[in-house]
Design a protein around this ligand. Sequence first.
Ligand code: 2YG
Ligand code: MG
Length: 261
Amino acid sequence: MIMALLTPEDLENLEKQLEMSNETVKRVTGSDLKEICESLYGTELGSQTVGIIPITAGNGVISNFTSSLLYIVEYLGLKGFISEHPDVTGYYEAVSAGADIIMMADDHIFTAHNLRNEKIISNHVATGVIYAEIASKFKEANSKDILVIGLGRVGFAGACHLVNNGFNVYACDPNKEFLEKAVNELGIKTYCGDDRKKFSMVFEATPNADTITEGMIEERCLVSTPGIPCGLPPEIGKKYRVDLVMEPLVIGVASMLHSII
Ligand code: 2YG
Ligand code: MG
């Protein structure tokens, strides 16, 4: 399974990226990130404390990762701390220090676990759901048709969310098994370029660049994507005056926390 790992560069200027994406989210959906999360999950973040644990497994600690998480946790109004030690020692430390929620990531799973109510979530699912939700709330959409590009763990979770909310989901993925699974389990339609169908709402979830082509999109459409690198080529974005919601970490983390509160 391919997964793009974050780099320290992705997490630079998180504050600026957050501000810009929140502004776009508000403009294209009418609600800001906090409002979307609260109505999506019916929860409001309270006074929980989040213990963030650096993990050295696999490719090891990503500089800026845990400090970015702490920044986000505090931005969302929660208390947080990073354990002094990594891994199991850090876990013991965080739980002993009274953390209500534990956040940690290795190269495969990034999880948040609420120790008080036993809810647990992966970043894949929370990210898929929130980016799909944002795409589906496009104010200017002229139908309930929505295109999902990529049916990996993030894309599948988002597609599932959209189907459950009554959208007509069209999807593509070069992986035939992923596509078949989504057709069989979710009842989505496959999208192929020959369809000549264009979308005003696009949820892109691939680790690849340039997955969005001119044939797929309406002018002034919305592309919502957590995928790094961005699937929308800048020249197409410009030509079609596309609104783009893309941000490396905050939106997914906000979704994770709201989903387990
Ligand atoms: O503790 C650390 O510093 C590292 N073990 C963190 C590793 C995180 C790896 N995961 C990713 O890079 C992302 N795919 C996580 C999700 C980003 C939000 N879309
Ligand atoms: Mg991409």
